[in-house]
Design a protein around this ligand. Structure first.
Ligand SMILES: Cc1cc2nc3c(=O)[nH]c(=O)nc-3n(C[C@H](O)[C@H](O)[C@H](O)COP(=O)(O)O)c2cc1C
Length: 168
């Protein structure tokens, strides 16, 4: 075993799961991004955490609305993953451009992704500064499942620099 630099070690920790994290602005217009850094953190109460780079537009939306939807994708959302994961919501309307299908949430103003495998409706109960990221902990208020769908994993980047996704 040899010591390697920290950023290389971060990229070698694959495959990883990831999700859409969605929220809305003061006019209830939704936007969001892709997040790999997220996890379940408590059964009772049910809590999930997402770690968001401080400059992301979605961070501002979650701070203001105090809610987010975590939507776990399958291959039907492949095109939308690059739109949501490579563009900033203050520059483009990601929902409009991707034409991604939505459904009204049970408790939140943020929409669900109707074709995603899982949707978690989360109400923010805590915000933690973590270096260049901010961690939001959300209480899960409702969950929704498309039981015939699988989950996408990311296997890192290929030699062409593009991310490799496979269903699990
Ligand atoms: C597979 C994948 C995983 C990502 N994981 C994260 C993450 O964990 N945290 C983060 O802040 N950005 C992550 N990003 C980058 C954001 O999704 C991206 O910068 C997005 O354009 C931010 O949009 P916004 O400014 O509208 O919020 C990821 C992108 C991809 C494609």
């Amino acid at each position: 075993m040899k010591q390697i630099d920290i950023s290389t070690a971060f990229t070698k920790y694959v495959p990883y799961n990831f999700a859409f994290v969605l929220s809305h602005d003061k006019n209830n217009k939704p936007s969001g991004m892709i997040v790999a850094w997220h996890m379940k953190v408590s059964h009772e109460p049910p809590l999930m955490a997402v770690s968001i780079y401080n400059t992301q537009n979605t961070k501002k939306l979650i701070e203001q609305s105090k809610e987010f939807v975590l939507a776990v994708p399958n291959k039907k959302q492949l095109e939308a993953i690059s739109i949501f994961g490579e563009n900033h919501g203050d520059k483009i309307d990601k929902f409009k451009i991707s034409k991604i299908k939505t459904k009204k949430a049970k408790f939140l103003k943020t929409p669900l992704l109707s074709e995603a495998t899982l949707n978690y409706e989360c109400e923010v109960i805590k915000k933690i500064k973590a270096g260049d990221h901010t961690i939001f902990i959300g209480k899960v208020l409702a969950t929704h499942h498309n039981e015939n769908e699988k989950i996408l994993l990311c296997y890192g980047k290929g030699k062409n620099g593009k991310r490799i996704f496979k269903e699990f």
